[in-house]
Design a protein around this ligand. Structure first.
Ligand code: 13P
Length: 241
C-alpha cells in the first residue's frame, strides 16, 4: 500500500472540492489531500473520521500576527490540517523561495505539530547540464538543518522534476528510480527514514510502472488528482503496488 497525495494547487471550488472528497471518503480511500486555503475547512468537515488526511500547500514562517496574506501553522492546525507541503517548485521558482526560508518553514511547521512533505526537483536546464543530482542534493540539504525532533515531523520527501510538472512528460521509471535511490542514501546519512514520493505528470497510465520502482513509495499528483476517476485509478494502482 503506497501513499497517494493530491495537490489540488489553485484549482476547484467549494462544491467541487467537497464533492471530490466525499466520493473518496465513500470509497474508504486514505489519500493525502492538499486543497487551497479557503477549501481546507469544508474539506476537513467532509473527511473527518475517515482515512483521508488533510494538508495545506504552504505555511508562513511566522507565528500568528501582523503578516497580511500569510497563514500560520496554528491556523492550519485549527482548520484540521495534519500536513503541509514545503519547497514545492511552484513556490521555489514562482515565489523565489530558497533554502533559508524553507528551513524556517520546516521548523515552524514542526513546532506547530504539522507534518511536512518536503519537495525537491531540478529544472530542465539543470538536468541537461548534468547537475540534477547536485541540485537535488543541495535542496535536500535543508533537512540537515533540522533537529532530530523536527526531522521526525517530516512525513515524506517528494521528488518532482520541474520539467515533468504539468507538462505531460513524466520522468521515466528509470529516471525516478535513479534519483530516489540517491535520495534514499542521502536521507539515511541524515538518519532519516521517510517515504519517498514521485511527482510530475503522474497519470493512471504511468502510476503502476512508477510505483514498481523500489524506492518510489508514493505519488504526488497534480492535474490528475482533480477528477475523481483519474485519482481513484491512481489510488487503485497504489493499492495494488
Ligand atoms: P502534475 O501532476 O500536474 O504534473 O503536478 C505535479 C505536482 O506539482 C504535484 O505537486
Amino acid at each position: 500500500m503506497r501513499i497517494v497525495a493530491a495537490n489540488w494547487k489553485m484549482n476547484l471550488r467549494c462544491k467541487s472540492a467537497v464533492g471530490l472528497a466525499s466520493r473518496l471518503r465513500a470509497d474508504g480511500r486514505s489519500c493525502w489531500l492538499f486543497p487551497a486555503f479557503p477549501l481546507l475547512v469544508p474539506v476537513a468537515q467532509v473527511i473527518a473520521g475517515s482515512g483521508l488526511v488533510l494538508g495545506a500547500q504552504d505555511v508562513s514562517p511566522e507565528q500568528d500576527g501582523a503578516f497580511t496574506g500569510e497563514v500560520s501553522g496554528e491556523q492550519l492546525k485549527d482548520a484540521g490540517c495534519e500536513l503541509v507541503l514545503i519547497g514545492h517548485s511552484e513556490r521555489r521558482h514562482g515565489h523565489g523561495e530558497r533554502h533559508p526560508l524553507l528551513v524556517r518553514k520546516l521548523k515552524r511547521a514542526a513546532e506547530c505539530g504539522l507534518k511536512t512533505v518536503y519537495c525537491v526537483g531540478e529544472t530542465l536546464p539543470e538536468r541537461q547540464a548534468g547537475r540534477a543530482e547536485t541540485v537535488v542534493g543541495e535542496q535536500l540539504g535543508s533537512l540537515a538543518k533540522l533537529s532530530d525532533s523536527e526531522k521526525a515531523q517530516v512525513a515524506a520527501v517528494a521528488y518532482e522534476p520541474v520539467w515533468a510538472i504539468g507538462t505531460g512528460e513524466n520522468a521515466t521509471p528509470a529516471q525516478a528510480h535513479e534519483m530516489h535511490a540517491l535520495l534514499r542514501q542521502s536521507l539515511e546519512r541524515m538518519g532519516m527514514k521517510v517515504p519517498l514520493l514521485y511527482g510530475g505528470s503522474v497519470k493512471p497510465e504511468n502510476a503502476g510502472e512508477l510505483l514498481a520502482q523500489p524506492h518510489v513509495e508514493g505519488l504526488l499528483v497534480g492535474g490528475a488528482s482533480l477528477e475523481y476517476e483519474s485519482l481513484a485509478a491512481i489510488d487503485n494502482a497504489a493499492r495494488e503496488a
